[in-house]
Design a protein around this ligand. Structure first.
Ligand SMILES: Cc1cc2nc3c(=O)[nH]c(=O)nc-3n(C[C@H](O)[C@H](O)[C@H](O)COP(=O)(O)OP(=O)(O)OC[C@H]3O[C@@H](n4cnc5c(N)ncnc54)[C@H](O)[C@@H]3O)c2cc1C
Length: 446
């Protein structure tokens, strides 16, 4: 089949690669100037790295198996990393069992309660009841009020902002289970992974795979309309051009598909119980010196404008970055937040001003800074997601919607997205070709 895919993020590119492997001719259409979507790369001056921070976990089986299929697994790197907490203006390490015992934020009985609570959560396999209780209520029940107030409440606030007291427990259940598995059972040390060259390595390999199979990937190609028209083909409008395919698959959020093809009702189906979206405002700092030894520093004190500190080079080392250090300060917020409109210099000034409370000489350490923003980052199902979570399509199977909202309760991660793409590729392949495909001659300019 001749298949058009809207969006060259992890989902669109993985789907394109899988469908190419199955013998279909794929065209991926991407509105942006480069492929990769949220996982794209950025030119930081002396080096190129991911625009946002991305870590790969050992249990990311679907993503690691894709990396393997693409022949780039020799570029996977695994490193022992450290985690810190910002508490009362100080950075405190909690990177192994010994440091956990000395962790000053909690009393000994509270630490026991925290450890037991986390073990208990590993044993909860039926998350169904956790759909109907808020994370705040459930975490208080499992860990007790003090542990909740000192650890979980600030973390919930920093991760979900204004939505924090509406987030269902099931989301925190999935998050805690995902990150617990990064710690070794023996000494509690954490191991995390990344691809040499960043996720650019993954996207270039996916693009190669699609092109070698006879397909193409086009950037600067915004799809503005899907014209279902009469069967068997389906057309999309890209600028002044009309392009014809046997099937068109949108990987954009349902709300976007609603605008592209309102009559299909594919977007509207989910709009009745649409997820809330969180966006991110992220200050990326290229530094001369490291900030801390921690990959992640969790903020358990209030009043910071950003929601965490991610020291990317604490994971990757500085060889990937021409000797520089790279730190990111993200702020997760609702898409209509004023933070998305404020001038970059204002965002940087306010974030750096807050960071100076902890690192007084931060300004003298900054080589360059960049403000990255994306409004639709995490599809957060406050209401229970629809039972039917798989890809949706029109009755005749010509138009499909496959997007990150279908990762359901999973946290924001590429592994879950690859899983959605793999399942969709199977479903689309299983449906087979339309009764009569448009001829090659008819495939342009109709
Ligand atoms: C700050 C941050 C940190 C993260 N950390 C991690 C991490 O540590 N580990 C991890 O595994 N994952 C992480 N992720 C998540 C990961 O980046 C995402 O899950 C993944 O990139 C989502 O891919 P996607 O293809 O579903 O969506 P997107 O990347 O949003 O791709 C959708 C694409 O569709 C394009 N598009 C939309 N409309 C149209 C149109 N009309 N025509 C043409 N193109 C269109 C968009 O331009 C975009 O490129 C992080 C993400 C962010 C933002």
């Amino acid at each position: 089949m001749n298949i058009g895919i809207i969006g060259a993020g992890t989902l669109g590119m993985t789907l394109g690669y899988r469908l190419s492997q199955a013998g279909h001719r794929v065209t991926v259409l991407e509105t942006g100037a480069q492929i990769g979507g949220l996982a794209t790369w950025f030119d930081y001056g002396d080096f190129t790295w991911d625009k946002y921070y991305h870590v790969i976990l050992r249990q990311d089986e679907q993503l690691l198996s894709l990396i393997d299929d693409l022949g780039i697994s020799p570029r996977m790197q695994w490193k022992e990393t450290k985690t810190g907490f910002l508490w009362r203006g100080k950075l405190v390490s909690m990177s192994n069992n010994w440091e956990f015992l000395r962790f000053p934020v909690l009393s000994f009985p509270d630490k026991a309660r925290l450890a037991l609570g986390i073990l208990y959560i590993q044993r909860v396999n039926d998350a169904g009841p956790l759909e109907r209780v808020t994370a705040a209520k459930w975490l208080t029940r499992v860990f007790g009020r003090r542990v909740f107030e000192r650890i979980w409440e600030p973390l919930l606030l920093s991760k979900y902002g204004v939505l924090y007291d509406r987030v269902p427990a099931v989301i925190m259940w999935a998050t805690i289970r995902r990150y617990y598995k990064t710690r070794s059972k023996g000494d509690g040390k954490e191991t995390l992974g990344y691809l040499g060259g960043g996720l650019k390595t993954l996207f270039e390999a996916l693009e190669r795979g699609i092109i070698e199979a006879g397909g193409s990937v086009e950037t600067g190609a915004a799809v503005t309309e899907i014209l279902a028209g009469e069967a068997p083909g389906v057309a999309v409008r890209v600028g002044d051009e009309i392009r014809w395919f046997d099937r068109v698959i949108s990987t954009a959020p349902s709300k976007v598909l609603d605008r592209l093809a309102p009559e299909t009702k594919l977007g509207a189906v989910s709009a009745s119980s649409a997820p809330n979206y969180l966006g991110v405002v992220c200050l990326a700092l290229v530094l001369k010196r490291p900030l801390s030894p921690f990959y992640v520093t969790n903020l358990i004190e209030r009043g910071m404008p950003f929601t965490g500190v991610i020291e990317v080079s604490a994971l990757t080392g500085t060889d990937e970055m021409e000797g520089n250090h790279l730190v990111m300060l993200p702020r997760y917020d609702e898409p209509d937040s004023a933070w998305f409109e404020r001038p970059e210099s204002e965002v940087a000034t306010e974030f750096l001003h807050a960071l100076r409370r902890v690192i007084p000489d931060i300004e003298s350490n900054v080589e360059r800074f960049f403000v990255h923003r994306a409004k639709h980052v995490q599809a957060l199902w406050i209401k229970e997601p629809p039972k039917e979570q798989g890809p949706r399509h029109t009755a005749d199977g010509r138009i499909w919607s496959v997007n990150a909202e279908m990762a359901g309760r999973d946290t924001l991660n590429n592994n879950a997205i690859v899983q959605v793409a793999n399942a969709a590729a199977q479903a689309i392949g299983a449906m087979g070709a339309p009764a009569k495909a448009p001829t090659a001659a008819a495939s342009r300019g109709r």
